[in-house]
Ligand binder design. Structure first.
Ligand SMILES: Nc1ncnc2c1ncn2[C@@H]1O[C@H](COP(=O)(O)OP(=O)(O)O)[C@@H](O)[C@H]1O
Ligand SMILES: [Mg+2]
Length: 321
């Protein structure tokens, strides 16, 4: 549905997007991750035909976005960054206007507006003007605009930005549900969002793709993946560390926290075995030593850690070591 080949955008000497290639199929929700200024919005503007690429190609539903923009744009719904909308229109007026631009007339237009009003929970504000809306409602109004023509492809630039936790939850559910039948790209820097919604994630940094995989695959790249976290009561930390570090399956053991009443240790596996064997060995050792275990679990890996490891400048990484 979406195919991007070697996309480049330069602003003067700056390469804001620097050779990005990927594709998105129907039924996929692609998370577009990256720190501020990574090039997410610029990429989305090119994919939606809002600005032309300096180099490279964008195909939407098989149409070249530069050579054949009208049929390509018909297939896309776009929620730009910061959810722009005409502030002096009412919600109803704005959505009817958007529907009309998309070529919907008469009953079709009415039906389309009613459908998005319901989907985006806008019933209560339909006659209010956009500039009197709270940020959450304004955002959802713009979101409603992007899906008014029930497009096959959705490009959403930070769709949950500025929403409260309940609204974030609703919007994520909406994206996940729509993702079953559409191809969706959405950008975010909230990592839990990626786990909650995406079937695949791309991490972009300084204009380049630095990782591409399912959330699970990305988490496997975390140092924590397969490590076992254990809390032991009433034993000195150093004893725990040495005893667990000596387990043949363990690469090393580290103390995460030593409190008066407990020790929290993390044991890292040799290689990348993830089958729970390390946790069983730790349980056996604890039993033999007569330690009281309060908690024992194998970690899945952390997306935030992978994200930081990949996207922090090398100098910062050095200082954090
Ligand atoms: N119109 C523009 N003119 C000059 N520089 C721009 C323009 N748009 C974006 N940039 C720069 O391109 C880089 C990428 O920006 P952007 O795509 O908005 O990043 P993101 O959405 O990932 O935060 C930034 O350094 C930004 O300052
Ligand atoms: Mg942006």
């Amino acid at each position: 549905m979406i195919k991007v080949e070697n996309l480049v955008k330069t602003f003067g000497p700056k390469r804001a997007v620097d050779g990005v290639s990927f594709s998105v199929e129907r039924g996929e929700v692609l998370g577009f991750l990256g720190p501020n200024g990574a090039g997410k919005s610029t990429s989305m503007r090119m994919i939606t035909g809002f600005i032309p690429p300096t180099e490279g190609k964008v195909f939407v539903g098989g149409y070249d976005m530069v050579e054949n923009p009208i049929p390509a744009k018909r297939m896309i719904g776009y929620l730009p960054e910061n959810a722009p909308a005409y502030t002096d229109m009412t919600v109803n007026g704005f959505l009817n206007f958007a529907a009309e631009l998309r070529g919907l007339r008469g009953e079709d237009r009415k039906k389309a507006v009613n459908r998005v009003v319901e989907m985006c929970f806008l019933e209560g504000v339909i006659h209010q003007s956009v500039d009197t809306l709270s940020k959450g409602y304004r955002h959802r109004t713009c979101f409603a605009q992007s899906i008014i023509h029930d497009p096959d492809i959705l490009v959403l630039d930070e769709p949950t930005d500025g929403l409260d936790p309940n609204q974030k939850h609703e919007v994520r559910n909406l994206i996940r549900r729509m993702g079953e039948k559409k191809a969706i790209i959405f950008s975010t820097h909230i990592l839990e969002e990626v786990e909650a919604v995406c079937s695949r994630a791309i991490i972009i940094d300084r204009g380049k793709i630095v990782a591409n995989g399912t959330p699970e695959e990305l988490k496997q790249r975390s140092d924590y993946a397969g490590a076992v976290s254990v809390r032991v009561l009433g034993v000195p930390g150093e004893t725990v560390r040495q005893r667990l570090g000596a387990i043949p399956l363990a690469r090393k053991a580290a103390i995460v926290r030593e409190a008066p009443e407990y020790v929290h240790a993390r044991v890292y596996p040799q290689g990348n075995q993830r089958n729970g064997e390390l946790a069983r060995s730790i349980a056996e050792v604890s039993l033999k030593e007569g330690w009281k275990i309060e908690e024992l679990h194998t970690e899945e890996g952390r997306l935030d850690e992978v994200f930081r490891a990949i996207t922090l400048p090398d100098t910062v990484k050095e200082n954090n070591r």
